[in-house]
Design a protein around this ligand. Sequence first.
Ligand code: MG
Length: 390
Amino acid sequence: MNDAAPAAAPLAPCAAHDERSRGRRHPEPRPELRGEFQRDRDRIIHSNAFRRLVYKTQVFVNHEGDLYRTRITHSIEVAQIARSAAIALRLNEALTEAICLAHDLGHTPFGHAGQDALNECMRDYGGFEHNLQSLRVVDELEERYAEFSGLNLTFECREGILKHCSVHHARELGELGERFLKRQQPGLEAQIANLADEIAYNNHDVDDGLRAQLLTVEALRASRMFRRQHEAVAARYPDLSERRLVHEIIRRMINHIVLDLIRTTQSRLAQAKPASIEEVRALSKPLAALSDECREEHLELKELLREQVYRHYKVLRMTAKARRVVHELFDAFFKDVTLMPPEHREQALKAEAANSNTGRARTVADYIAGMTDRYAILEHRRLFEPSERT
Ligand code: MG
């Protein structure tokens, strides 16, 4: 990226500026020798939920192989992509990184299968959305600080973490939910993090899909973006092994999309000329975007992955198993909270006293959502296998 601005360039006026942050829920003195958003990022890295991402998966269950992405490597890849774009666009790099590292903190075990199952379990009790859960983790569930629950992050970081939200929940979230009711935007750092998430998972699912032999290079050539890079790499390096060929293609695809994101966003910024983050928020459409052509090709690749990888019978078997585990754990704990470890049981009884079944269900969902894949499997075995130790 030769045309990238140097990291030391001053922030763009429309970036998130430390001194103009909308602040934290519990006021705190400003940090010494680091910025507000650096403090956010540091708190996220030290959280329990962040460490658990090591053993939570996206598509492939963690014990299938050591080389597949987990939520933590995914989050780091998202942060890498978004930081490159943020630096080039003179946005706040620390805030961008913080949002990326936190964006999946509320994910259940077993990727989307786990989240769908938990949402079904919670249907009568307010549902389960992983974005809202990420917010719940940083606002309430982490227990690390003497003076408050959660991580007490800045408004800008919390706004970025809450990527989607139903209107129903938005109404309960006060100023953080407002933008979903007014159809406004989050800051640019959040918009970049959001796109970086899609870029990262599309590309690494190509890599993981090939490694798991759910996909072939030949099948991937149905994607224009893949085919173009495949032809360029094969012409220039005719004797490359398949492994290197694939990595070189993916590297080039990511570079192509990230450059497109930066250039397209640059030209939209040049047109809209937002003078502050408030002006970015007030727009009806996001400013960060891919060009029409790149977006279409990216969607084409996503569709191909859906057909070939996410609907592969081996993946569907895994997701069916995962759903069953989550449903059975929920039913067992909801019926009898005394089966949960003491601290979760105490919380469930307290929540039930305050908010009857809805409160009890939420604490069971919090306990399950916090589990890693292997912990969920182990808990399931402890509950249902007579020969397993409890
Ligand atoms: Mg993600």
